[in-house]
Design a protein around this ligand. Sequence first.
Ligand code: SAH
Ligand code: SF4
Length: 382
Amino acid sequence: MTVNLLDLDLEGLAVFCERLGERRFRAVQLFRWIHQKGARQFDEMTDLAKSLREKLKTSAQIKPLDVVSQHISADGTIKWLFDVGDGNAIETVFIPEEDRGTLCLSSQAGCAVGCRFCSTGHQGFSRNLKTGEIIAQLWFAEHFLRKYLQREERVISNVVMMGMGEPLQNYAELLPALKVMLDDHGYGLSRRRVTVSTSGIVPMIDRLAQDCPVALAVSLHAPNDALRDQLVPLNLKYPLAQLVAAVHRYLPHAPRDFVTFEYCMLDGVNDTDACARQLVERVRAHPGAWCKFNLIPFNPFPASGLLRSKPDRVQAFARILNEAGIITTVRKTRGDDIDAACGQLAGDVKDRTRVMVRMERNRNLRSPSAAPLAKHATGGSA
Ligand code: SAH
Ligand code: SF4
């Protein structure tokens, strides 16, 4: 069986090279070809000895994901649906802004946490993604976008693990993927610009602090356990006090001196003044400016039975937090015309036929070298 080189971080690739009877430093060359230049074929790697290229051809591959569809929003946001086999599909979203390009990656097909307000949660859990499937999203997007936007230099400056799935429930595959993102010979992203978002898997927050402390975002959504138990069922296992304690243990390791709390604004559920004041009390129980809030207006989907908070309610809620000295921003909705906004990522988990039909229609989008599509303005905001 051939090894998918997208599954390996640099250390893993060095071990692989040794097994082929090659010196470890060859791994650096190979790694750069794959991640920095987007090479797909070993024959492209002209500075590797022909004998090594031949060995690689029989023992390894660089395995991309099949693109099922690609949608470009009027605001420049791009959403890809990737086929990951057995009727499972995952989604990846690129969000261009003036000063950065953010890629939102999926970590699982579906999600087992089952949050009330999340469309991925409603579809249930299919399987964990492999490291190579997490990295293939970045590999494809970066090299596709360089061609599409006609840019020589790096396009993706930030990665957020905020697509489908709970990244800390797929820790073993996530960790090497984070290392590839951070590696100077890989994507060279700074720790501050790689964010893991979690619904609060307490023991894995501690593991991440030790193994690879990147920026942390915690999906809070409620100021007390009674409400959070209903919205994020995982709260029954790791209640708020334990979660906040884990955040405090993380802080000394974090690349920034704060953690971001995400809070999905649900009309009449968690958006009252009383909820905002309870949050202020929780935060003030610990000294210092240790957290920020990012309010996400709920993106509705039919099965949720929930509504988005009114804009003036969101503003009033933000004001209470800000006036208490807690920096609070409201997330701009991006790409909602193509269902790419937070929580709208559902993939096509069970319906293989539909995936196949769309794959037929989108044959020309399957590799980073695909012909550029009609260009939309990028960098603009909605
Ligand atoms: N599982 C991780 C990361 C993926 S979800 C987590 O829960 O943090 C990324 C973010 O989108 C989370 O903050 C999540 O709460 C939010 N989200 C999920 N569904 C949403 C929806 N329908 N509207 C707005 N935000 C949503
Ligand atoms: Fe899973 Fe995150 Fe959605 Fe909750 S919000 S169901 S943890 S993807």
